[in-house]
Design a binder for this molecule. Sequence first.
Ligand code: MN
Length: 291
Amino acid sequence: MTKIAKPRADRVSHPRTVEQLIVGKPTSDGAGVKLTRVLTQGLQRRLDPFLMLDAFGSDNPDDYIAGFPDHPHRGFETVTYMIAGRMRHRDNAGHEGLLENGGVQWMTAGRGVVHSEIPQQEEGVMEGFQLWLNLPGKDKMGAPWYRDFAAADLPRFVTDAGVAVTVIAGESQGVSGAVTREATAPLYLDLHLPAKTSFVQKLPPRHNAFVYVYRGAVSIAGSEVPAQRMAILANAAQADGVVIESAGEARVLLIAGQPLNEPIAQYGPFVMNSEQEIYQALADFREGRLA
Ligand code: MN
């Protein structure tokens, strides 16, 4: 059952502007899954606490069928949002889940998870996103955790203007998301904007924020943001939120979070604070201590 909550209309008097538009880089990962890396390593500092955003979308099974066989993670969280398709998740702790159309899997790797992410379809469209969210140093070696949310379990509301809002994390117009996190305070919204509508979201000025357009195009403080572009929103001290306007139908992700301002040391699927901790993660993985 989809939850319908009565939204409280937010107001923003100094909307954020677009600092930069980013075009993702085509790449492949896992056992040859084609994807677009929208948030790359070079933007981790600017978009702290976010470490990566991958967009995948194809109707050619060759692009996705091999999936992501067993691989490790340590030190951060992965948030997989499936727009279309079916993917099975299994991990070394015996957890298993099926991620389907509109569902979200939130996984906290903590001190270590070894898992696989394998498509459960041989044809049709596979489309979605994987976001990596950093953990504060004090939580990087904490217990792993994960949860699957079916589309129907995600808080959702429709604004007076007709914008459909799915609140994956954080809070929008008084509606709390599926997941909240104290240290990084992530906001993760999926917005479906009908033609000639706008959406307003309050954002703390220091929180780093970006918008990714996956259908149509939008306008933010006078800047056009076309499809398949990420707009990094400027952090002006007086800005109190963002206004997203759409001339035609559009679908966008609005993501924001509180920066951790800690050193970031990444080696592949391990994200820690220091090189020493990365060596330890590699050693623990090789010796089977990660899981
Ligand atoms: Mn993974």
